[in-house]
Design a protein around this ligand. Sequence first.
Ligand SMILES: [Zn+2]
Length: 98
Amino acid sequence: MPGCTACGTEIEASFRFCPWCGTVQRRKIVEFFWPHANSPGRALRVTRYLGDERHVRFSVWDDGVARAAVSLDEDEALRLAAFLEETSACCHDAAETL
Ligand SMILES: [Zn+2]
């Protein structure tokens, strides 16, 4: 079992943060998102880089190959998150007026 990079306490390798001191244990966090039915064979990989140059990278994968990618800085990534949050609450009436 590996130790925390800061305090040395043994922690599970899957931990993103040390539960004892809060130090980030990974340099990046990756999540895959499955496509809508209109995009079969593709997926979106979102990677949050935690190092000195923090950013969020979006990669479009097609049959296991990255076809395109773009990185957003933290402010733009937060704006994207806010956009998704705000628009998820929209009712059908709101969608019809857009
Ligand atoms: Zn620690």
